[in-house]
Ligand binder design. Sequence first.
Ligand code: GAR
Length: 190
Amino acid sequence: MYNIAILASGSGSNAENIIRYFKEHATIRVAEVLTNKSDAYVLERAAKLHVPARVFNKEEFTSPSFSERLIREGITHVVLAGFLWLVPQHLIAAFPDRIVNIHPALLPKFGGKGMYGGKVHESVVAAGEKETGITIHLVNEEYDKGIHLLQASCTVVADDTADTVAAKVHDLEYEHFPRTIENWIIQTQS
Ligand code: GAR
């Protein structure tokens, strides 16, 4: 069995979609949801779906005991689904090539520190981009710089707003993220 820990900072609609996708899976399951925000809606989604969840603070996250606990719990893969903080070195060392992130734009465009959720889409619209999309990538020490596993795109038209772009991008995320996670886990283990 492969056990995923999902890290999320906000609403958690991707987290919910991933949990649902793996609910009946033969070899992969979402074992827990971890968040840095005590009021994140992802906590309610996890509770509703009967997935254990807990909140952590910066001190806990930056301590190697955070990774040690995940390993003790049997976590094999870490999925960042709308997670805001830079991943500390100890976590990357404990899960080499076993941490994946989704970014709501076509990296390397609109990536880097501070580029999160709505801000990304506002920047895409302000720049007059004709397309945007998603990038699913492995995580290393720098924001948004790891190897790409998948990119998918959608058009941006003249009357699109940050909100309408967000909706298109979310649709791409729901379609591709769980399947990409599944393929990644299966391929890296065989
Ligand atoms: C998603 O669009 C995800 O790509 C983005 O945050 C949103 C979270 O939505 N992640 C980033 O911007 C990371 N830099 P959700 O909480 O509804 O899944």
